[in-house]
Design a protein around this ligand. Sequence first.
Ligand code: NAP
Length: 321
Amino acid sequence: MRAMKDKDYARPDYDIVIIGGGPAGLSAGIYAMRAAMKTVLIEKGAPGGQMAINKGVENYPGFIDINGFDLSDKFFQHAKAYGIEILQEEAIAIEPGANFHSVRLANGTTLSSYTVILSPGGVPRTLGVPGEIENLGRGVSYCATCDGFFFGGKPVAVVGGGDTALEEAVYLAKITSEVHLIHRREEFRAGRILQERLAIEPKIKVRMNTVVTNIIANDNGVSSILLRDGKGVESELHVEGIFIFIGFEPNHKLVPAGVAMNRQGYVLTDEKCESSIPGIFAAGDLRQKYTNQIVIAASDGCIAALAAARFVEMKKAGFKS
Ligand code: NAP
């Protein structure tokens, strides 16, 4: 690790700086080390990101059922086995450069690197109602693919009116006894095809112009939710799970100016996970793509690291990017 003045040196501190230690970042770390790249992974919290708080992961190939924390630890130990340097620090800014890029840390240090892999993940948007955070993993979920199975034959609610809410409501209708879809407006934001699929699903009951005001739980987890409709009428609905799909917030605050993003704040990349600035890559939930899953984040990390390694080799050989 060197100081900012070293930006003038011909060779940067690192070949690859990875920001974020979730499945994308740790997978990138494994592939970067196997490609003999001088690599550092910066993670301000515990390794695993969103994956680590997942009660049960049942769709990561090779593991029929594994606790998210345990799977995170396996990723972490795998990366550590290759001797990757891990800095428990917060990255606060990325400054793109012509020859290499700089990463500023909260502790005042600046690292230079040929390439940067941005894998800071993101967070599901929350409703902000009482009982939501307290009952996370006890009936409150932001992932039907991860948690739907635990609600076999039970009544659940889905909140939201976008593509994700409708798609996941249809998915949950195959597993649960009934799905109450609750949307705050009179119209869905979701596309027509999904609305048509929803309309033919007998187990889905739609409540428009309705908001959730409270999530109530007993010793077994969520037992009901309180609702308020457009006329201000309040009611209680018995459900044992509530799935909230009101959008996702990618962690894009580190994305430097000049990197192309879409309107929702996802980084646009090519098939190598490279952004519009050469040498800056995005992997995992920050990257615009069809869907977000652990296996896809891990795949992104692999692609970004292999492409970054190739980029570094070309730079060292004197080729322009
Ligand atoms: P989204 O399109 O932003 O929809 C979020 C929904 O949540 C909206 O209906 C919104 O209501 C509602 N909402 C937001 N904040 C709320 C709050 N505080 N309380 C209650 N409701 C709230 O998010 P998304 O459905 O996750 O989709 C994200 C992007 O991925 C979209 O571009 C979508 O098209 C895409 N996507 C595509 C597919 C597909 O093509 N198969 C599948 C999934 C996602 P309002 O409508 O009233 O604003």
